[in-house]
Design a protein around this ligand. Structure first.
Ligand code: TPP
Length: 573
């Protein structure tokens, strides 16, 4: 058997796991590992400019491919800089393996230089964490980390590696385990047949059904099954912010996103439904509004891989614990084999009602005669210029909601945003992580001038690794989402939400060696955007001036029901 040092084992195990890129930043506790990386070519390391970016790059790779991304950061500040990215992945159930350096074992607990208790710090925001106690355990730990990260309800796993576990002169037999044995961890592989049968019977009696699906459909690779079942039943489908693309966004049966900034018709349909089939969604507060007023007439079927998600905030009438793909497939077979058929007449009149709602308020925004752009117009243009086929990442704020509402995602894994934690600074490194792994695809980061400045240093990484992403900065000169809440709840007292002294973004990106464009008129937008996407080999930053007074609508009224919404600055349901 081959003898390797702990440092070599870390790198070799990643190679044997099939990892091509890792994202990271070196430091004292990891120098042996970096030296081992230097001496091989299978695993390529991307040197970011801030550890947060490394985690978001790894995370976005995972969101786009379903496989765990890998970040490597040093002990102390390197590890703490990575915490936001770990928490971002955790909240959205994204598989990721983060290897953190640690001080020598004998120094742990002594407040050594760059010591931080990464197991303790990361515990609330990881699916699992490991501390390496013996170098010979490294292959098994790495294998287990990937298995845990990717199976069941996915999530980030931290491996904390004290420096003395990687000493180059100490060598141990290396073999990468083929299988993982963990008695205490056995993710479920199928749902309960009796429950699935009960649920299917209920589906076939529904008169006002809605299928509500979340990120679990995307992570569980269940889009095809969802689409097939929905088409067979002719039921309306709504997606959460994390679930967009799980069902084709241009399909007639798609009624838009639901929840706080959901479409009028999706929120109305949910409120009046008699049956909700929830798949891979967790009834979070941005979806349900006040839970005591949530969908008062609906029975609820809830499919989720994680039993802890079921009946957590809203009681399920028929809970089904299992992988979305397998459970939906079983439902499809049951519907096909059933003597009962959906109540077509009732479903028809339900569709009439939904279409009426759709016509009354569906996706409207006001434009005026001035050339001042509405942010919604920019997203519609992005959808047009990229034929709805790009990977779109976003930061957090109004631009994120406009992107979710107006870009029509027809495929899963294309919409990449921090839905649960809402991490400003996510979008740009996320776009980089996608571009690195899909070099021929159009990758656009929709951002705001607030968010982009949280990780703008990564322009330098993009130059080094040649990552020609397109950045669309919807510049409203303010922390727009904060300002909107201040307009609506604090009589427009704009406390700290205006961004003064913004940089000249065009000059800034040029200084990093990229292309900058300033767009101020709608009449220039299409030409500029086409030019940006035609520059296949260049990173282009589009600084796009948009109406600073625009709000995102619909917006649910706090503590109301699903149907309680502001539809514009003056209209309420
Ligand atoms: C790291 C972080 N800090 C603070 C917030 C709170 N927050 C949510 S949206 C927002 C404003 C975002 O501004 P910008 O990026 O310019 O986007 P806009 O809303 O103007 O489109 C803020 C501060 C956050 N989500 N993340």
């Amino acid at each position: 058997m081959e003898l390797l040092s702990g440092a070599e084992m870390v790198v070799r195990a990643l190679r044997d796991e099939g990892v091509k890129y890792i994202y990271g930043y070196p430091g004292g506790s990891l120098l042996h590992v970096y030296d081992a990386l230097f001496q091989q070519e299978d695993v390529q390391h991307v040197l970011v400019r801030h550890e947060q970016a490394a985690t978001h790059m790894a995370d976005a790779y995972a969101r786009a491919t379903g496989k765990a991304g890998v970040a490597l950061v040093t002990s102390g500040p390197g590890a703490t800089n990575a915490v936001t990215g770990i928490a971002t992945a955790f909240t959205d159930s994204i598989p990721m393996v983060v290897i953190t350096g640690q001080v020598m074992s004998h120094l742990i607990g002594e407040d050594a230089f760059q010591e931080t208790d990464m197991l303790g710090i990361s515990r609330p925001v990881v699916k699992h964490n490991f501390s390496v106690q013996r170098p010979e355990d490294i292959p098994a730990i790495v294998r287990k980390a990937f298995h845990i990260a990717e199976s069941g309800r996915p999530g980030p796993v931290v491996i904390d590696v004290p420096k003395d576990m990687t000493t180059p002169t100490e060598r141990y037999p290396y073999e990468y385990p083929k299988q993982v044995k963990m008695r205490s961890y056995t993710p479920i592989t199928r749902g309960h047949s009796g429950q699935i049968k009960k649920a299917t019977d209920l589906l076939l009696t529904a008169k006002r059904p809605v299928i509500y699906t979340g990120g679990g459909v995307i992570l569980g690779g269940a889009s095809d099954e969802l689409t097939e079942l929905s088409r067979m039943l002719n039921f309306p489908v709504t997606n959460t912010l994390m679930g967009l693309g799980g069902f084709p966004g241009t399909d007639r049966q798609f009624i838009g996103m639901l929840g706080m900034h959901g479409s009028y018709e999706a929120n109305m349909a949910m409120h009046h439904a008699d049956l909700i089939l929830a798949v891979g969604a967790r009834f979070d507060d941005r979806v349900t509004n006040a839970t005591d007023k949530f969908c008062p007439t609906a029975k609820i079927i809830h499919i989720d891989i994680d039993p802890a998600s079921i009946s957590k905030t809203v009681q399920a009438d028929i809970p089904i614990v299992g992988p979305a793909k397998v459970v939906l497939e079983e439902m499809i077979q049951l519907v096909k084999g059933s003597k009962k058929q959906p109540d077509t007449a009732a479903i028809q009149s339900w569709w009439q009602q939904i279409d009426e709602w759709r016509q009354r308020h569906g996706g409207r925004f006001r434009t005026d005669d001035s050339d001042l752009m509405k942010p919604q117009q920019v997203i519609e243009m992005l959808s047009k210029v990229t034929n709805g086929d790009a990977f779109v990442t976003s930061d957090v704020g109004q631009h994120q909601m406009f992107a979710a509402q107006y870009y029509k995602f027809n495929k899963p894994n294309r919409w990449i945003n921090s839905g649960g934690l809402g991490t400003m600074g996510f979008g740009f490194p996320a776009a980089m992580g996608v571009k690195m792994n899909f070099p021929d695809a159009d990758v656009a980061c929709v951002t705001g001038e607030g968010s982009i400045q949280m990780n703008i240093q990564e322009l330098s990484t993009c130059k080094q690794y040649d990552l020609p992403v397109k950045i669309l900065c919807l510049n409203n000169q303010s922390l727009g989402m904060v300002r909107q809440w201040q307009d609506m709840n604090y009589e427009s007292r704009h406390s700290q939400s205006y961004m003064k002294s913004l940089p000249d973004f065009v000059k800034l990106v040029e200084a990093y060696g990229h292309v900058g464009m300033k767009v101020e008129k709608y009449s220039d937008l299409e030409g500029a955007m086409r030019e940006a996407f035609a520059l296949k080999d260049r990173l282009v930053f589009m600084d796009i001036a948009v109406d600073p007074f625009e709000h995102v609508y619909p917006m649910q009224v706090p503590r109301g029901a699903m149907r309680d919404m502001w539809l514009s600055k003056t209209e309420r349901t």
